[in-house]
Design a protein around this ligand. Structure first.
Ligand SMILES: NC(=O)c1ccc[n+]([C@@H]2O[C@H](COP(=O)([O-])OP(=O)(O)OC[C@H]3O[C@@H](n4cnc5c(N)ncnc54)[C@H](O)[C@@H]3O)[C@@H](O)[C@H]2O)c1
Length: 409
């Protein structure tokens, strides 16, 4: 580990400078805002819409949702500047719209993306990329054929803490990684109240297998994407359990999954997602022979050095906290000297909102023609991991991945 304090702070400062540089670019482009349509304005669509509304480089001119309350709410969020549509194809017919943001249920990612690309729009589509590998490939091919951009919404790629953690791991801060623990634990049914039974599948699509792969696509996709990215590797095989063991409410997707992925070099990744206990929250823990990188709740990054590992050169200059009697270096996107209280979110210290950052990047790519950071090729491996894990659970047998399934073609 040969990073000096100066380099450590410089790297942090670069991240901060990049943030303000992109703001400058956005300002420079203010005269030529990208006209955007948002398709699927439920929970995440509204979140993304709020980001777009606060962005100098975007002008949301249309929103679409088949569920009237969500469509009306979206129009309200644009201060009635956007036109509301119930058919996304009508939105796509508008010539003035350059780009669309798709935040629909998983099974609609592919058909909507294909139609949007065919209509000449650049596409930002939420994660997971699609319901199947074949659909993902069709999406990528359509982007290539039409010459339009396709970015997938794995926002951790735009998260300053994750980027700083990735770089430190690459520099050897935790040594050789041998194990990764990943979990997403909640204590709720995931079920939404529906005003009328006829809306059950529309509002609770996550619980039905025709529309979603459940916890695997909705939660694990984010985290397996991070594991593949940080390890710079893809799994060889996976085994696992899953079941509908607690929430016997008519759902068709597992309410708990436990997986073990086997990566090259004997690296094992343990994954767990449950819906009956929220004690551990969610996060990824990378265990190396010199230390542990703990990333939790998308906001907190802590590095714990192993007792027998040499002190990091820059450690005395970094902010540290005591957690359960152990000293941890705070992974910060900005070179603040203030150590946060335990539990305080790094976001409060000026970390950029990753949803804002990913959309700002998307619009910048629309303007410059550069390829986005998280393309279909980047997003496919997480889906492949998920589908392999699902097969392992269903068959009760070890699933061996086919290397070609991680590639678009
Ligand atoms: N990146 C993240 O952190 C994050 C967080 C939450 C959700 N998501 C993703 O965002 C997507 C949406 O999730 P959500 O939680 O917002 O779901 P949601 O159910 O709240 O919203 C989906 C919306 O799509 C609408 N819709 C369904 N079919 C439609 C159609 N044919 N035409 C137009 N609109 C249609 C629904 O009426 C609903 O309003 C999913 O892919 C999910 O995985 C990502």
């Amino acid at each position: 580990m040969s990073m000096t304090r100066r380099e450590f702070l410089k790297r942090s400062a670069v991240a901060a400078a990049a943030a303000s540089f992109s703001t400058l670019i956005a300002r420079a482009n203010q005269q030529e805002k990208v006209k955007v349509g948002v398709i699927g304005t439920g929970a995440q669509g509204q979140n993304l819409l709020r980001q777009l509304m606060s962005m100098p480089s975007a002008e949301v001119v249309a929103v679409c949702d088949i569920y009237a309350p969500n469509r009306i709410r979206a129009v309200e969020l644009t201060q009635f500047r956007a036109q509301g549509y119930s058919d996304y194809r009508a939105l796509l017919e508008r010539k003035d719209i350059e780009a669309v943001v798709i935040a629909s249920p998983l099974h609609l990612h592919a058909p909507m993306t294909l139609d949007a690309l065919q209509a000449g729009k650049h596409v930002f589509c939420e994660k997971a990329i699609a319901y199947s590998i074949d659909e993902s490939r069709q999406m990528a091919q359509a982007a290539q054929r039409t010459g339009k951009l396709l970015q997938i919404g794995h926002q951790r790629h735009y998260n300053d803490t994750y980027n700083q953690a990735y770089w430190l791991i690459k520099e050897g801060a935790i040594g050789k990684i041998t194990h990764v623990r990943v979990l997403w634990h909640r204590n709720n049914s995931w079920r939404r109240p529906v005003p009328d039974p006829k809306f059950e599948r529309l509002l609770n699509w996550r619980l039905y297998k025709d529309y979603s792969h459940g916890l695997l696509t909705e939660l694990a996709s984010h985290q397996l994407d991070v594991v593949n990215w940080f390890l710079g590797a893809l799994p060889i095989s996976v085994m696992g359990y899953g079941g509908i063991d607690y929430w016997k409410d008519g759902r068709e997707v597992y309410d708990n999954v436990e997986l073990i992925f086997n990566y090259p070099g004997g690296v094992r990744v343990m994954y767990s997602s449950i819906t009956t206990n929220a004690y551990d929250g969610y996060g990824e823990w990378f265990f190396g022979d010199k230390g542990t990188m703990a990333l939790t709740n998308e906001t907190s990054g802590l590095l714990y050095r192993e007792r027998n590992a040499e002190k990091l050169e820059w450690e005395d200059d970094a902010n540290t906290v005591q957690v359960d009697g152990r000293r941890a270096v705070v992974i910060e996107p900005t070179p603040t000297r203030r150590a946060p209280q335990r539990g305080e979110q790094l976001a409060q210290q000026g970390q950029r909102n990753a949803y804002y950052a990913e959309l700002e990047h998307f619009l910048q790519c629309v303007r410059t023609g550069e390829q986005p950071k998280c393309t279909a090729a980047d997003a496919l491996p997480a889906l492949t991991c998920i589908l392999g894990a699902k097969t392992a659970i269903e068959t009760g047998a070890l699933y061996e991945f086919k290397p070609e399934d991680f590639r678009l073609g």
